[in-house]
Each structure stands twice: as C-alpha cells, then as structure tokens.
Design a protein around this ligand. Structure first.
Ligand code: SAH
Length: 264
C-alpha cells in the first residue's frame, strides 16, 4: 500500500504519484487556505471538549457556592470568592471528579476524606482570613482547604501525617501555582514552631483536646478553629481566640472529622 503525504501548494488541490528510494507514495497538494481550515478544525477537535469541561466545572462550582454555602449563611466575601475560584475537581481522585461539587465529603485514599464544601467554607469564615495574615493548617489531606485559605491570606503552612498524601498534595499545589503554600510531612500536633506565631490555625482532624503547642503558636489576636470531642463519633467545632495572652473559647456546631493521629 503506497503511503500518502500532504504538501501545501499555492491555489491548487490535487493528488499525484511520487516515489522515493524506499517505494512509491501519493502526494496530496492542498492550498494554504485549506491548510488553515484543517488546523482550525484540528484545534477545535482537540481543545473544545476540555474547554466545555471547564465551563461545566465552573458552573457546578458557582451552583455549589449558591446552594450549599450562601444558602446556609456564609457571607464573608473573601471566603465566597475563594470557594468560587479553587477547582475542587482537581483535588479529588479522578474517578470522583464528577461528584467534586456535590454536598458531601469524599474519600481521598489512605482512609482519609476531603471535607464537605460547606464545612471548608464555614471553617474558613470562622478563621477570619484576610490579606497580610499567616495561617497554619494541620491535616493537609488533598490540599483543598490550604488552597482556599491561600486565595485570601499571605502564606499558608500545612502539615500532613500520611507521607503519600503529603507528597501528592505538595505536587498538586505546585502544579496549580499556589506559591504561597508551604507543605510538609509530619505530626501536626506539635505545630510548626519555626514559622510561629500564626494569625490563623485550622485543624482539620479531630481530637478530644486542643494540642498545647498549637495554643502556644497562636498569635496575639489570632484564631484557632478545630473539631474537639470524641474522635470516633461526633465533635464540636471550637474557636479559640487569643487576646492579651488570654484564650477564650467558643463552642459551635456538631461536626464529624477523621481522628488526629500521632506519630509513635
Ligand atoms: N484538609 C483536608 C482534609 C482533611 S482530612 C483537605 O482539604 O483535603 C484530615 C487529614 O489530617 C488527613 O489527611 C490525615 O492524614 C491528617 N492528619 C491526621 N492526624 C494528623 C497529624 N497529627 N498531623 C498532620 N496531619 C494529620
């Protein structure tokens, strides 16, 4: 079977036989205009489906913010803007991307979960994020909560105890361009003293008490948000505020998080 080659020839379209040392081939001559049309069609065939996919995801995200987050009382404009911007579908396993904007937590492997979108927004709003602030997150997981915070504050430090999740999240955040997130593997119970004090500390795993080192690493005027209670069942969302060195505690909604583990 002779092979076929395409040449651009000004103002004509024809096919004629040619040959090389290795055999015969057909040369198809097409005009410059035909080549342009061909390139446009190719570009559309390659890029249109991914463009449509992006439009679908952006719509789903807007709908998520309206129906799950604004409708339940979250009103901080910075938090809402961050939830609109972070592509949650890129933080869940590929097989679950279609459920990324649904009203539920999702498994991310290693027996861990990415929190329900509303909980992420609620904890973000409670932490009172703003430009100029420095945040610490314990429990990087997928990196989603860190990304939401990083849309608002100056720098986010985040610690994850499962090495594989720590590695995956760090590379995902880098690819997505979050240059203001510093992620590391380790036991977050101890916080990250080298970078303390923090204006915001978010703990996204549950324990029956608030780790002492985290209270110490909270800045003056800072806020710590954490689920506290029975790690195996239900906890309460707690907000600690430090003013003039004194800590006050506020108890909020019942929540359910995975347990805060300790490195042996
Ligand atoms: N914030 C995450 C979800 C948190 S799930 C997200 O947005 O996807 C809770 C995470 O805390 C899990 O990944 C779990 O491995 C991690 N974790 C549990 N104990 C920890 C500890 N002592 N230090 C750091 N991370 C911990």
């Amino acid at each position: 079977m002779p092979e076929s080659r395409v040449l651009i020839c000004p103002d004509q379209t024809r096919t004629f036989p040619g040959h090389t040392l290795s055999g015969h081939f057909f040369v198809t001559c097409i005009s410059r205009n035909q080549m342009k049309s061909l390139l446009i069609i190719l570009t559309l065939v390659i890029f249109l489906p991914s463009g449509q996919e992006e439009v679908r995801n952006t719509r789903a995200r807007s709908q998520m913010v309206k129906s799950q987050i604004v409708a339940r009382g979250i009103s901080d404009p910075a938090t809402l803007r961050a939830m609109e911007r972070v592509p949650r579908h890129l933080f869940v396993p590929v097989a679950l991307a279609g459920s990324a904007y649904s009203d539920q937590p999702l498994p991310i492997g290693y027996n861990q979960t990415i929190s329900q979108p509303f909980i992420v927004a609620y904890m973000t709003e409670l932490s009172k994020p703003a430009k100029g602030k420095k945040a610490l997150e314990i429990g990087t997981g997928s990196g989603y909560q860190a990304a939401v915070l990083a849309e608002i504050v100056d720098t986010v430090y985040t610690v994850e105890i499962v090495p594989e999740l720590a590695r995956e999240a760090a590379s995902r955040l880098k690819i997505l361009g979050y240059g203001n997130i510093v992620a590391r593997y380790g036991d977050g119970y101890k916080g990250w003293p080298e970078h303390s004090p923090f204006d915001i500390i978010l703990v996204t795993a549950a324990a029956d008490h608030i780790p002492g080192p985290l209270k110490e690493q909270l800045a003056e005027g800072g806020r710590l948000v954490m689920p506290v209670g029975n790690p195996a069942t239900v906890q309460e969302l707690i907000v600690l505020t430090k003013r003039k060195g004194r800590i006050t505690e506020q108890r909020l909604e019942p929540v359910r998080f995975v347990p805060l583990k300790r490195l042996k």
